[in-house]
Write a protein that binds this ligand. Structure first.
Ligand code: DOR
Ligand code: ZN
Length: 442
């Protein structure tokens, strides 16, 4: 059955669209008609009509940093429950980090995910491990991973500590035009740490993680990258590309800003929790476990630097680092809590509430950060809203005021610091793979 999205506000930066319009999608999932302007499309008999009444319609959102825990830790999340959480959050695609059990470090692992992804409502892209078992030693087979459609490698959850291994990873990756995604953490500085080192960690008597541990690793990587370029040590035809995950500090973002100015091929993402919360929020929280993650929530100065990076273009993408953990791994003393929080179902609401509504960025830029740029960074084909293209869409109510409710969470885990928080702006649903999936409560 075809479907009409009637009288929407269509925002699609790649198509230069920021306009009123209606869209008819035929039953094979292709955009049949794009009608710009106020006039509604004449519905056909038996056709489903979604009255948008000026609500937003954008290219499908994409989260480039998620952990779905399958294989191995299905009690936290499965591919199916993760995909349901993604769809509920307005995402039509996500990229999965490889730190499952076992680690996704071979074409077999990639095939496992792809096989299961085929029947799910959202796309699951695979980021493979950079080193075998993400142990930071032997590099994985980048070339054969590339032939299986993998465009990026990462040991997320940790970083390659040895500079020699990192040098080899850069050189090797450039042979296959493979993106390196680094979780920037100098472990010699962070071992045993629970939360950001500062006044609040002292008050709580918790071992601190110094914020320089992030920039320290990033600076090393950028020095290597610069040196490889200067001496032309990378593959002759392609330059190494580097993406820094979940950056959270002023020093790191300044390093990225400078590296971009120099012309290095670098990009970075930031998370909703780092642009919203600080370590003081952890101090004041009752359920502290849900405020524990890596990198940790940090000072207002660092939080403001994340906001500045979003506003001035230093940050390329918003990614959730959706990291589900079970109750018993979070409702425990903070020093024993697992690192990470879920994020798929609050990312859009936080982006709209904290960034768009407060004037930090425009809605167009929000769509770039949540859809256009992450796809570009991972070399995925752009989503276009025009006739003849596959419909891959997110529907958004920019004015809906709602409260994050644990009972409505689709993820298998509910470890989020945002339970009870009031947000403005929420996904109404997604249209992808020929199917319209309405968001819960929409
Ligand atoms: O808080 C985190 N949790 N940070 C990471 O880098 C990994 C993630 C996880 O896998 O739980
Ligand atoms: Zn992660």
């Amino acid at each position: 059955m075809s479907i009409v999205f009637q009288q929407a506000h269509i925002i699609s930066p790649p198509d230069g669209l920021d306009t009123k319009g209606s869209i008819r999608v035929s039953d094979n999932g292709i955009i049949e008609t794009l009608s710009i302007g106020d006039t509604p499309l004449e519905p056909r008999r038996g056709e489903k009509v979604v009255a948008m009444e000026g609500k937003l319609l954008s290219p499908g959102l994409f989260d480039m940093h998620c952990h779905f825990r399958e294989p191995g830790q299905e009690y936290k999340e499965t591919l199916e429950s993760g995909a349901a959480a993604a769809a509920a959050g307005g995402f039509t695609g996500v990229a999965l980090m490889p730190n499952t059990t076992p680690v996704i470090d071979s074409p077999q692992g990639v095939t496992f995910i792809r096989y299961h992804a085929a029947s799910l409502p959202v796309d699951l892209e695979v980021i493979a491990a950079m080193t075998e078992g993400s142990r930071g030693e032997k590099l994985t087979a980048f070339g054969s991973l590339k032939t299986y459609g993998v465009t990026a490698v990462s040991d997320d959850g940790t970083a390659i500590q040895a500079s020699q291994s990192m040098r080899l990873a850069f050189e090797y990756a450039s042979n296959f035009d493979m993106l390196i995604i680094q979780h920037c953490e100098d472990r010699s500085l962070t071992t045993g740490g629970v939360m950001n080192e500062g006044m609040w960690s002292s008050k709580l008597g918790l071992k601190g993680i110094p914020d320089i541990s992030e920039a320290m690793m990033l600076a090393r990587d950028l020095m290597l990258l610069r040196w490889l370029e200067e001496h032309k040590l990378h593959a002759p035809l392609s330059r190494p590309r580097y993406h820094a995950a979940h950056l959270s500090t002023a020093a790191s973002l300044q390093l990225i800003r400078e590296a971009k100015r120099e012309g290095l091929q670098v990009s970075c993402e930031v998370t909703p929790h780092h642009f919203t919360l600080t370590d003081q929020d952890l101090y004041q929280a009752e359920k502290k476990g849900n405020f524990i993650m890596k990198p940790p929530l940090t000072s207002p100065k660092n939080r403001d630097a994340v906001l500045e990076a979003l506003a001035d273009g230093t940050a390329d993408a918003i990614a959730t680092d959706h990291a589900p953990h079970a109750l018993h791994e979070k409702e425990c003393p903070p020093g024993e809590a697992s690192f990470g929080i879920i994020g798929l179902e609050t990312s859009l609401g936080l982006t709209m509430t904290e960034l768009v509504m407060k004037g930090v960025i425009t809605m167009q830029r929000a769509v770039e950060l949540l859809s256009v740029n992450p796809r570009k960074i991972l070399q995925l084909p752009p989503i276009r809203i025009r006739e003849g293209e596959k419909a891959n869409l997110t529907l958004i109510d920019p004015e809906a005021v709602w409260r994050v409710d644990a009972g409505h969470i689709r993820s298998k885990s509910s470890n989020t610091p945002f339970i009870g928080r009031q947000l403005t702006g929420r996904p109404l649903g997604i249209y992808h793979k020929g199917i319209f999936t309405e968001a819960p409560g929409a």
